[in-house]
Design a binder for this molecule. Structure first.
Ligand code: PLP
Length: 369
């Protein structure tokens, strides 16, 4: 009997239990404690940034970042159409308007020409998303931001350890935001991290994260802040995960290689593509078939499910869901319809991928006939 292969599954093969128990026994269960400091320091060093700020999840991290730049009502923030909805929601929580632009078809990341077209006098920031673990094209994004005086907030929720021209994401903009949700490269259950080189931003984001309490006058709050803190228990789990991050990423790259060997690509069938300047961490294996429409892709996914293989459709375009007023974007709409994510997690074996490959090839053949 073949085992069920989910799209994602966390791997706890390091010191997770030891560190979490230690945190419990120490009594430091809330948002102060040595694991938080240790995780923040380790993560900042890893991203090559001066500071890292642990937060309760990636969504609150994005909200905190945008709020810390004093972006609010009347302002606009440019986000890509193909992303998890949190990217746009975080902008809207501040009262600012997310301006949703198309993606480019190769890397699925934001189209810089579309970003430039979307800039208005109200634009305050650009949020490139390193989607499915592949970095956005940061140089032209940074150059555009510099030209127009905009902040750059990297949404690196899915891309811990990915590199752009040899530099790790998270240190390429004014700040970076990571998620530690259970399906991410490393997890704390729920959790996230902000990274930055800017000491002013670091101080302000920390203050807003902690209810904006005055550091010299306890329980005095000079402005409205949030409770977006991570707990020491989560950070204990996170530190144990962080210690394995290089192995996790190496394994994901190996898994991508196995998929490439086992899936028959063609003129219409593609797996993850990557730009020359990027090293992806392959958060998700991405399969696209130009012949898919909504119905045939659904049949394909059901056929995989019947064989004990979970898959998931690409994200719907943010502009398609009616929550935000936006132009429709043709590339995002098309990619969203023809894309499927296949199981991608550290515990996956070469045999598992061979099994998935056989089923995928047979089902793609069925689409063609
Ligand atoms: C691109 C992107 N941005 C933001 C988030 C939000 O992170 P979280 O689920 O930790 O709130 C996620 C993930 O879930 C994501 O994939």
């Amino acid at each position: 009997m073949n085992s069920y292969l989910p799209v994602s599954r966390p791997s706890f093969s390091g010191k997770e239990e030891e560190y979490v128990l230690e945190a419990l026994r120490s009594g430091w269960v809330s948002s102060r404690g040595p694991y938080i400091d240790a995780l923040e320091q380790a993560f900042a060093k890893y991203c090559g940034t001066r500071f890292a700020i642990a937060v309760s999840n990636g969504t609150t991290g994005l909200h905190l970042a945008i709020a810390a730049f004093d972006i609010g009502p009347g302002d606009e923030v440019i986000v890509p159409d193909l992303t998890f909805i949190a990217t746009a929601n975080a902008v809207a929580y501040t009262g600012a308007t997310p301006v949703i632009v198309d993606i480019e078809p190769n890397t699925l990341t934001m189209d810089v020409a579309a970003v430039r077209r979307a800039i208005t006098p109200r634009t305050k920031a650009i949020v490139p998303v390193h989607i499915y673990g592949h970095p956005a094209d940061m140089d032209p994004i940074r150059a555009t931001a510099k030209e127009y005086g905009l902040w750059v907030v990297e949404d690196a929720a899915e891309a811990h350890g990915a590199t752009y021209k040899g530099c790790r994401v998270g240190g390429l903009g004014d700040c970076g935001v990571f998620s530690f949700y259970g399906n991410k490269i490393i997890t704390t259950g729920e959790g996230g991290m902000l990274t930055t080189n800017d000491s002013g931003f670091n101080q302000r984001a920390r203050s807003l994260r902690d209810q904006a309490m005055d550091l010299k006058r306890r329980y005095w709050h000079g402005e409205r802040g949030f409770n977006y803190r991570m707990t020491n228990i989560q950070a204990a789990l996170g530190l144990a995960q962080f210690e394995q991050i290089e192995q996790f990423i190496a394994r994901r790259r190996e898994i991508m290689g196995w998929y490439t060997e086992n899936i028959a690509t063609s003129n219409s069938v593609r797996l993850n593509r990557k730009a020359d300047w990027a090293e992806s961490v392959h958060w998700m294996v991405c399969l696209e078939d130009d012949r898919f429409n909504t119905a045939s892709r659904e049949r394909f996914m059901l056929a995989l499910e019947a064989e004990g293989i979970e898959s998931r459709p690409y994200f719907y375009p943010v502009s398609a869901m009616g929550v935000y007023d936006s132009e429709k974007n043709p590339v995002a709409a098309r990619k969203s319809m023809i894309g499927v994510n296949l199981p991608t997690y550290v515990g996956l074996t070469q045999q598992d991928v061979a099994r998935i490959g056989k089923v995928v090839n047979a089902q793609l053949f069925a689409v063609a006939t």
